[in-house]
Design a protein around this ligand. Structure first.
Ligand SMILES: Cc1cc2nc3c(=O)[nH]c(=O)nc-3n(C[C@H](O)[C@H](O)[C@H](O)COP(=O)(O)O)c2cc1C
Length: 333
């Protein structure tokens, strides 16, 4: 059966992200894959309202891990479930991903968290539940992805948070990122089509994804195919957070923890194998987090007089400032 590749663009219609994703998809289609393309802005997807019914449903076994709301997220979800490979491109807005990107990531996780879903699936199966009452079994399929961030600014650090944030799309389901591209300085070209080297890189993205989804071994599928190794040995990004005591570092993207030193003028990080396995990109790291939630989250009713304690806050509603008549704001008069 032909492998399936899904492209998702968070950019403007027929602008940089759309074209870059389509270039990679065309390469996959040429090689015999079935491809699909989604423009995120064409979908009507509401924000997660934080009700956590998805997680509660999986923990109690009463639900399948889905959102109580049905909207166009279901279209994206079905495409992700079918895909073997994904190419995702997102513009940089205010140094990071777009609002819609974040909205979609919140709808993906934790409802799609691999460890929550697997536990609910296995327990449901053991209890004799039919497949349609369990989390979607397609969740557990291996998938590979390439992530592309795009920014108009000429200075690279103006797109610094976009690629790191893009892992929020892939890590809950355990989609393995095998290639990334950070395209900054887009405003220097009317369109990426006026930048042949970047279009060639997109062809390469398609080829890298093909090599991964058609790999014969898991090691080959997971092989890092990006142009730079990056700093974090697990996710290959370069965004580290220094610990409060200044003695160690965390990878902000995947949660690997280690130490940093300077050797021959270069920053070197050292993450032990054990710490790498605590990364949220790996099963053990994910399991640690879902177990934390299952065992440490306090049920409602723990604080007996909570209603009373909340009352002064419920009654405290100062509202907004009255518009300043002497200033020239944007409130319609
Ligand atoms: C609200 C907004 C904020 C932006 N902020 C940044 C920014 O912080 N850094 C940057 O490099 N580009 C920024 N840009 C430029 C976009 O990243 C750029 O236009 C990009 O090409 C959009 O992707 P698209 O062409 O696929 O639509 C911003 C654009 C908008 C609309």
């Amino acid at each position: 059966m032909a492998k399936k590749v899904l492209g998702v663009s968070f950019g403007r219609k027929m602008s940089n992200c759309d074209i870059m994703v389509k270039q990679a998809l065309m390469e996959c289609e040429k090689a015999g894959c079935e491809v699909a393309f989604i423009r995120a802005d064409d979908l009507n997807i509401t924000n997660c309202n934080g009700c956590i019914s998805c997680v509660i449903g999986m923990i109690t076994g009463r639900g399948r891990g889905y959102c109580v709301r049905h909207d166009d997220f279901d279209i994206l979800d079905e495409c992700i479930m079918q895909a073997d490979g994904l190419v995702i491109a997102c513009p940089t807005y205010e140094t990071s991903v777009t609002g819609r990107f974040k909205t979609i990531c919140d709808r993906i996780g934790p409802s799609h968290d691999l460890t929550f879903r697997k536990a609910a699936y296995d327990e449901g199966k053991a209890a004799g539940k039919p497949e349609e009452k369990l989390p979607d079994a397609r969740t557990f399929k291996k998938r590979s992805a390439a992530l592309i961030s795009v920014g108009g600014a000429m200075t690279e650090n103006w797109i610094a948070l976009t690629l790191p944030m893009m892992y929020e799309f892939t890590f809950p389901i355990g989609i393995d990122v095998i290639d990334t591209v950070e395209y900054y300085g887009a405003m220097a070209h009317e369109s990426v089509l006026g930048y042949p080297e970047m279009m060639e890189r997109m062809t390469k993205v398609g080829q890298n994804l093909l090599a991964s989804i058609n790999a014969e071994t898991e090691e080959e599928r997971l092989k890092w195919r990006g142009e730079e190794e990056g700093v974090c040995p697990v996710c290959h990004t370069r965004l580290l957070q220094v610990s409060h005591d200044g003695c160690s570092v965390d990878c902000v993207v995947c949660g690997s923890h280690g130490t940093a030193s300077i050797e021959n003028g270069k920053i070197k990080v050292h993450f032990t194998e054990e710490e790498q396995n605590r990364s949220r990109l790996r099963w053990l790291g994910k399991l640690e987090h879902s177990t934390e939630i299952k065992t440490q989250a306090q049920p409602s009713g723990t604080i007996k007089n909570l209603k009373e304690l909340k009352a002064p806050y419920a009654d405290f509603n100062p509202g907004v400032f009255t518009p300043d008549e002497n200033a020239f704001g944007n409130i319609k008069k």
